[in-house]
Design a protein around this ligand. Structure first.
Ligand code: ZN
Length: 263
């Protein structure tokens, strides 16, 4: 025998006066069926595989966007680097050009001309080095922009996949919503036929016992907890007035007698 908590005792007091005609008890079973169905639909809507797929694609897309942004930023950095390297070459070239003009003009002392000659040699080496730098940067620019283009293409693919997944999800959700709407409209009809005190007890038990407040007895077995009624319980159920609300000792839910109860 399970210990009865204060709350249950309190509740038993509160609802002791509740009786219900057998027809109302059967309607309560219908209501439970609809509420359980609605609970399942709500669970299904929360756990649709399309939802997980969409979330996965959104995560992937977020990562791709980040990587793509980093790659695009690297492109800009490299473009600046290339412009600077080219400007360096231009500068050396201009200087050499000026030097050559001075040599051609033949102005200046022999010493000056010799210095200019030396400078031109050094500028030529410098220019060759800087041109190597330009080539290196250009290679980097090329591979970086190829990478950025690849990432943009990947992003476009995932964006399209996400769009499709969102569409598939919306369709699934609409299907579930339609079922929900139908069950709700049926519930609205059933609920109006059930006396208020019985409904109040039902609501309280549903909250307390994991959404299941009432179950039929089928072949002496409670359909909520699947435990068979013992002899004493079965006899008490048989002897009880038809409008008595039975409660299962094992699970505390309301038990409803039906033609299949085997009592
Ligand atoms: Zn039970």
């Amino acid at each position: 025998m399970r210990a009865v908590t204060f709350e249950e005792r309190d509740q038993a007091e509160e609802y002791r006066h509740v009786n219900a005609e057998p027809a109302d008890q059967l309607r309560l079973l219908d209501l439970q069926g609809l509420d359980s169905k609605l609970d399942q639909l709500a669970h299904r809507r929360r756990t649709l595989p399309q939802l997980a797929e969409l979330q996965g694609l959104e995560t992937k897309l977020g990562q791709l966007r980040d990587v793509h942004a980093v790659s695009a930023a690297a492109d800009s950095d490299l473009a600046r680097e290339q412009a600077k390297a080219e400007a360096d070459v231009d500068q050396v070239r201009a200087r050499a050009e000026r030097d050559r003009k001075m040599l051609e003009s033949g102005s200046g002392s022999a010493k000056d001309l010799e210095n200019i000659q030396h400078e031109l040699e050094s500028l030529a080496r410098r220019q060759a080095d800087l041109e190597d730098v330009v080539l290196e940067v250009m290679e980097k620019v090329e591979s970086s922009s190829a990478r950025t283009a690849k990432l943009a293409a990947d992003r476009a693919v995932v964006e399209r996949d996400r769009e499709q997944a969102a569409h598939a999800l919306a369709q699934e959700q609409a299907g579930v919503d339609k079922d929900v709407e139908f069950s709700r409209s049926q519930r609205d009809i059933v609920v109006k036929q059930i006396p208020a005190p019985l409904l109040a007890l039902y609501a309280k038990l549903r909250e307390q016992y994991d959404g299941v407040a009432v179950a039929a007895i089928v072949r002496r077995r409670c359909q909520a907890c699947q435990i068979e009624l013992d002899i004493a319980e079965a006899n008490a159920a048989k002897a009880a007035a038809p409008d008595t609300i039975l409660r299962h000792d094992s699970c505390r839910r309301i038990l409803v007698r039906t033609a299949d109860s085997g009592l």
